[in-house]
Write a protein that binds this ligand. Sequence first.
Ligand code: SF4
Length: 374
Amino acid sequence: MKERDFARVQERLDGVSRREFMKFCTVMAASLGLPLADASRLAAAVTSPRRPPVIWLSGQACTGCTESLLRPTHPTLEHLILDLISLDYNETLNAGAGHQAEAALQASIKENYGKFILVIEGAIPVKDGGVYCMIGGRPFAEIVKETAAKAAAVVAIGSCASWGGVAAAAPNPTGATGAPEFLKGTTVVTIPGCPPNAYNFLSTVIHFLTFGKLPALDDKARPRFAYGRLIHENCERRPHFDAGRFAVKFGDEGHRKGYCLYKLGCKGPMTYANCPAILFSDAGSGSWPVGTGHPCFGCTEAGVGFTIPLHTQADLRHVTPSAGHPPITEPRGSGASVGAAALLGAVAGAVVGGGAMVLKGLEKKDAAAKKDEE
Ligand code: SF4
């Protein structure tokens, strides 16, 4: 990375070392399933003075998506987000209110007509003319339709915006709907999660800035790099599942020993997301719900999260082999070593979006090698 470009990073992101910044770009490249050599291309895009204007509208939402995006503990992530995009309008963060905020929204739409990215947070209630979510005296649904027609790209962030989420749970009294359904005919990228992982949003924006196009999407318009694999494939408890070791009650011996949570209703076998690979919400947190002993409830999967009761056992039809964890029954020093698991992760990662598992595998391999040296 050129000295001139890094000087710009330092100017913008107070206190970030070159090493930290390049590590961040490497994690980004890995989570996008790109060769690690592409980290420098990403770094160039991140340091570009180009900043896409973003208008962020919030409807039936708890504000958790904004919070998770802007309050990570990983160094400087929120700075990067706010630096990469020009966040022209966000009701949670706006300094102004009332007529001032409305005027700012209209001014931004006018100035950036056809060029801005519209981010929608929260579900869109459509019942009774949309009266269940009014902003500035107008139904949120009307504002979304009007703004989306003038945007360059539309992103639905969080499960509520993606398909209705908790707001659309039965009996759905407000007619809560996700943006793709409401804006039929418009491509709406979805980044579901409750809340969604900030890195998945950031990686999508960086991909757009680096390659000038959106990343590959699945049939639910989710970026495949983030939602291409089942949680069950990469879960650290998967070797226990394969060995038939389950927690059957919260706090029982199996639960305390870290056994599989399938019998407690874990929806990992039906849910596509990269939580076990990049961990939850903030890649620097070192944890995620299943890691702390709570079954996955399928928040990234329409028809699973907020739909199937937590205690119901998951459908196992789509189980595929674990991508990154060796079986627990393997004797130490033979068969699937940690290094072999990393290699397996690398092959899997090359297929679809498992890049972050590659990185995790390689880190484990490094750690194991260090331990052996000691
Ligand atoms: Fe992990 Fe849940 Fe699958 Fe068990 S059922 S291996 S806890 S994802």
